[in-house]
Design a protein around this ligand. Sequence first.
Ligand SMILES: [Zn+2]
Ligand SMILES: [Zn+2]
Length: 143
Amino acid sequence: MSEDVVTNGAAAIHLIILALSVVASIVAGILVYRDAKVRDYNPFVWGLLFPLLGLLSLRNPIQVAIILVVGIPAYLLLRPKGEIKACPHCSGKYIDELAFCPHCKKEVKKECLKCHDLADLDEARCPHCGAPMLMYEGRESRH
Ligand SMILES: [Zn+2]
Ligand SMILES: [Zn+2]
């Protein structure tokens, strides 16, 4: 009888570990997807990678833990870095490097007429050559 209790206990612990592995892989997938989206960095590939590898390694929770412990820092190392800004059109977040918003696909940069470098839409002067720039008046008012 006491053996039954032990077996049930082990089964319950196994189930809890299994559930934790699934939840951890899915949460990692969602967080990485959202971060990759901001950086326009293959969000679907990165977002699916962790839940998929997690599901494939479900028989071995230690493997799931290793995938997360190694995979997340690897992603953080590989991802494009930059200052995070809010899109002037949809207020979605994006990194500085991008010329188009990853959420609404509209331009978030304008071109300097003098040096042809790109600057933020709200910039009054080109940060590169100092030439005055056309003011951003909103997409709708431009014909
Ligand atoms: Zn946007
Ligand atoms: Zn310029």
